[in-house]
Ligand binder design. Structure first.
Ligand code: SAM
Length: 276
């Protein structure tokens, strides 16, 4: 076996490990994905074969390696104002509704990746407040969480290159919400940055320290999980949402057959779920 090969047993043990640790379900024939994602870690951790890297990963004592492996196996694809409709609905339907409650606004971006989602939410809220200066005078709190510590560092740093900015961000918003930084990078302005805090959370774990929310974005992460894990996560999300408050899933995700705590509101375009 070459140093980049994985036998069936190691592969299957690794699949079980990954699903137990972070919910991600790997298909039966995704050895190539494991190889391409984990091979770079062989150098970092000075391990000479993929099979021994996988064996070491299964040992609970290898905390650092386990975290790096989970980090490497997550897919962090994201962009600004992804799919547009959640942010249009936010400004035209959800924020006007929530503004009537005269309570602090609390929003959770539950798989924040490199920050584009929570910062897009903050920009949309700021634009709404500019048009409606008395809205949410009690304060706005946006929380971004992710399992990946590398992604969370990226979020907290708040610097993006031109390629990342070109994905979903209009020139107008770029001028309004970013300023040039070193080496051709762009830095998110403090007025947006200070609206968002970040912390690590594995969606499989308890949400008891998260508090309660008026709106949750849990987008493009449930697709990686089994129906059982999706059901558990959706029930926990329902538990932290205030009554009549809102949930966005990704454009290809749905609650169907998984949870009955929500009414589905079909908008044109898009769907938002409202807790009963
Ligand atoms: C494809 S990105 C989605 C980002 C953003 N929500 C969007 O729609 O653009 C998926 C994110 O989910 C995170 N993730 C995967 N498994 C997770 C888990 N068990 N708990 C928390 N975050 C997880 C990954 O680290 C990754 O950043």
């Amino acid at each position: 076996m070459s140093d980049r090969q994985l036998d069936d047993k190691s592969y299957n043990d690794f699949r079980t490990f990954l699903e137990q640790q972070c919910g991600i379900v790997l298909g039966e024939n995704k050895q190539y994905l494991v190889k391409s994602r984990l091979a770079p870690l062989m150098t970092t951790f000075k391990i000479d074969s993929l099979a021994s890297l996988v064996t070491k990963t299964l040992s609970p004592a290898e905390r650092q390696l386990r975290a790096a492996v989970i980090d490497a196996m997550t897919t962090n694809e994201t962009l600004w104002f992804r799919d547009d409709y959640p942010f249009e609905l936010l400004k035209n339907k959800i924020l006007p509704d929530l503004a009537q409650r005269k309570t602090p606004l609390k929003i959770w971006s539950a798989a924040s990746s490199s920050g584009q989602e929570p910062y897009s939410i903050a920009m949309a809220v700021q634009e709404y407040q500019q048009a409606n200066p008395r809205a949410f005078s009690m304060g706005v709190q946006i929380v971004g969480t992710d399992i990946s510590t590398t992604m969370l560092e990226h979020c907290k740093y708040g610097h993006y290159d031109s390629l990342a900015l070109s994905r979903g961000l209009s020139d107008e918003r770029k001028r309004k919400f970013f300023e040039p930084s070193d080496n051709g990078m762009w830095k998110i302005k403090d007025s947006v940055k200070k609206m968002v805090s970040f912390r690590q959370l594995n969606l499989l774990n308890s949400y008891s320290l998260m508090g309660r929310f008026d709106l949750v974005f849990c987008r493009n992460v449930l697709i990686y999980f089994s129906p059982e894990i999706k059901t558990k996560i959706l029930s926990q999300i329902s538990g932290v949402l205030n009554n009549n408050c809102y949930l966005f899933l990704g454009a290809s995700e749905s609650l169907s057959g998984l949870n009955q705590d929500f009414n589905m509101i079909r908008c044109n375009p898009g769907i938002v779920y409202q807790k009963k």
